[in-house]
Design a protein around this ligand. Structure first.
Ligand SMILES: Nc1ncnc2c1ncn2[C@@H]1O[C@H](COP(=O)(O)OP(=O)(O)O)[C@@H](O)[C@H]1O
Ligand SMILES: O=P(O)(O)OC[C@H]1O[C@H](OP(=O)(O)OP(=O)(O)O)[C@H](O)[C@@H]1O
Length: 180
């Protein structure tokens, strides 16, 4: 049986990458997607492949992505190799844009959305502490915080306003197979 694709979404600074890494350390076999991004490889944060616009465009043309989108002035791609990981029966976690969810649901059958949320003042503080973006970029990311989720999806809400362990418990529960 093929593994399940879990789309991790939510506003910038909410803790998506932190939770995904903690989950991978706890759940044997769980695969974290290494995204391709047109961001300098030195930017830090998640483990990703940093490429130029031209390289990204060439990858799109050769069908190297299962899914790709644009956000924050950057381009993001999910390598097509993720389909082989799912075919091995492994669960997959991937950080996606909320805007790309309808397309993702078409590609990944049985996809579950893990919607991570936190109070606005918590987001602002976390982004400032993370220090990866400029103040102007942080303002733009906070403006996007309330972006609504498209309807018709299988969504689990996970509140990460408080300590990480509380959100991890919710995340681990959401990864459990659905019982018939
Ligand atoms: N529950 C939490 N409590 C305190 N700090 C957190 C918590 N979750 C995440 N963080 C911190 O908030 C910042 C943003 O987290 P990150 O995982 O990069 O968010 P995202 O990937 O959603 O943008 C990071 O510095 C991270 O260490
Ligand atoms: O359409 P949205 O749901 O607002 O998402 C926009 C982008 O933000 C996140 O990227 P990234 O991981 O670079 O940013 P973040 O860590 O600050 O969330 C997410 O993976 C999308 O690529």
């Amino acid at each position: 049986m093929s593994g399940r694709f879990f789309a991790v979404v939510g506003p910038s600074g909410v803790g998506k990458d932190t939770l995904m890494e903690a989950a991978a350390a706890r759940v044997p076999g769980l695969h974290l997607v290494r995204r391709v991004i047109t961001r300098p490889a030195s930017a830090g944060g998640e483990d990703f492949e940093g490429v130029s616009e031209a390289v990204f465009e060439a990858r799109v043309a050769e069908g190297a992505f299962a899914l790709h989108w644009q956000a924050h002035g950057l381009r993001y791609g999910v390598p097509a190799g993720v389909d082989a990981v799912l075919a091995e029966g492994r669960p997959v976690l991937c950080n996606l844009s909320r805007a790309v969810l309808p397309e993702a649901a078409e590609h990944f059958e049985g996809m579950r959305v893990l919607h991570i949320t936190a109070r606005p003042e918590v987001l602002a503080k976390r982004l400032a502490n993370r220090g990866r973006e400029s103040a102007a970029d942080i303002v733009r990311r906070l403006e996007r915080a309330g972006f609504p989720l498209p309807g018709g999806l299988d969504v689990c809400e996970i509140d990460n306003s408080g300590d990480l362990d509380a959100a991890m418990a919710q995340l681990l529960a959401a990864l459990q197979p659905v019982r018939a």
